[in-house]
Design a protein around this ligand. Structure first.
Ligand code: SF4
Ligand code: SF4
Length: 372
């Protein structure tokens, strides 16, 4: 894996006559209709859930499609436009601050349990998700502003930084230098190794993208319009809602027949089914995998136990991996119990020399567990 040093973020060129596609969970505000003009920063939808954020237009332009959970905007030639009035965050704490952050487009992270510190981590949680380390290197002023916001959001909580060797701390009360590699850098395992607590929600582990977004809106009091994203091996501040096809084209990548586009990390990322969808919080990275580099077809299980040895929780994933794939639907029913606590980190699938699609069964176990 590449070391996370000397990484920089490049600003994405302002979209000009490009279409942005914003997914949101919430309620459209009145007047958001196809054909209407919108200004950069204009409120489009109000969040309906407490941890979600309001949605603003990242550019000035024209609404060309409005659905119940998605809007498409065509950026105008001058995509800057008139911004809305700033909302200063100075003097706000706790609940009031969380409300203001949400209204500026920043979701609030899960707070740690009572008496627990928050862990601000710059570790690379999985290959292909190096944006956080790039931010730590390159956007220190904004991250420091984000850490100040976090301290006011959770005034009773200590902030600890967990950094790989070579990265400068932001100034939290405690700094832990950690040389772990994936899967131990996964937020759940990180919290377990540092605090000795197994928390499937990894509450209080704060990724740098959120910290950056908090700092961004705190510095200007303006709604969030861009997000950090890794595309292939480079890091960008790209407009929210930038269509995946435009993002790839912008860095001169064109998928050919048989290639796959993966959204997220290289181990647990999901294949993009629709390149017209837009970049958002759930797409921290975009990778084009050429057909010749795609994993080979699964072979029969070799009973080598490498999957189990790779599992940080020592779960008996080998028992499921050894089954023939037509037995998997039935086996999925017992999987939630067998794989209790599994956060779908994907380390087992990565270790398997027979390319058994272990993540698929792990994910179906998770889905079943959530249904209980
Ligand atoms: S995904 Fe695999 S390696 Fe990770 S915890 Fe679950 S069973 Fe273990
Ligand atoms: S690593 Fe793969 S081949 Fe080896 S026991 Fe696990 S599922 Fe079977």
């Amino acid at each position: 894996m590449r070391e996370p040093y000397n990484m920089v973020l490049k600003a994405w060129p302002e979209p000009n006559n490009q279409k942005l596609c914003l997914d949101f969970q919430g309620l459209l505000v009145s007047g958001v209709k196809p054909g209407r003009q919108v200004a950069k920063g204009q409120l489009l939808a109000k969040a309906s859930l407490v941890r979600h954020s309001d949605t603003h237009s990242p550019v000035s332009g024209r609404l060309i499609k409005v659905l119940s959970q998605q809007v498409t905007i065509e950026a105008g030639p001058d995509s800057g436009g008139l911004p809305p009035s700033p909302l200063p965050l100075t003097g706000l704490f706790g609940f009031e601050l969380a409300k203001a952050l949400r209204s500026l487009g920043v979701p609030t992270p899960r707070p740690p349990g009572q008496g627990q510190p928050a862990l601000l981590t710059a570790l690379v949680s999985e290959p292909g998700l190096e944006t956080g380390a790039a931010l730590w290197n390159d956007q220190r002023t904004t991250l420091t502003a984000g850490a100040d916001i976090l301290a006011r959001l959770w005034p009773e909580t200590q902030l600890w930084e967990v950094l790989p060797r070579g990265l400068e701390p932001l100034g939290a009360s405690r700094v832990i230098i950690n040389s772990d590699r994936y899967p131990l850098t996964h937020p759940i395992f990180l919290k377990k190794s540092i605090l000795g607590l197994y928390d499937p929600k990894a509450s209080g582990v704060v990724e740098p993208r959120i910290l950056w977004a908090m700092g961004f809106v705190a510095r200007g009091g303006m709604p969030l319009t861009h997000l950090p994203v890794t595309i292939q091996r480079s890091h960008y501040l790209a407009p929210l809602g930038l269509r995946l096809s435009d993002a790839l084209e912008g860095v001169n990548l064109s998928p050919q027949k048989g290639d796959a586009v993966v959204i997220g990390g290289l181990i647990t990322g999901r294949p993009a089914s629709n390149l017209s969808s837009g970049l958002g919080w759930s797409s921290p990275a975009l990778h084009l995998i050429r057909a010749r580099h795609l994993p080979p077809s699964p072979e029969p299980c070799r009973r080598c136990l490498r999957c189990r040895l790779a599992c940080p929780l020592d779960l008996p994933i080998d028992l499921l991996g050894a089954l023939s794939m037509d037995q998997w639907p039935k086996a999925s029913i017992s999987a939630p119990e067998l794989l209790s606590g599994c956060p779908a980190c994907g380390a087992c699938a990565l270790a398997c020399p027979a390319a058994r699609p272990l993540l698929a069964i792990v994910l179906s176990a998770q889905t079943l567990r959530q249904g209980f």
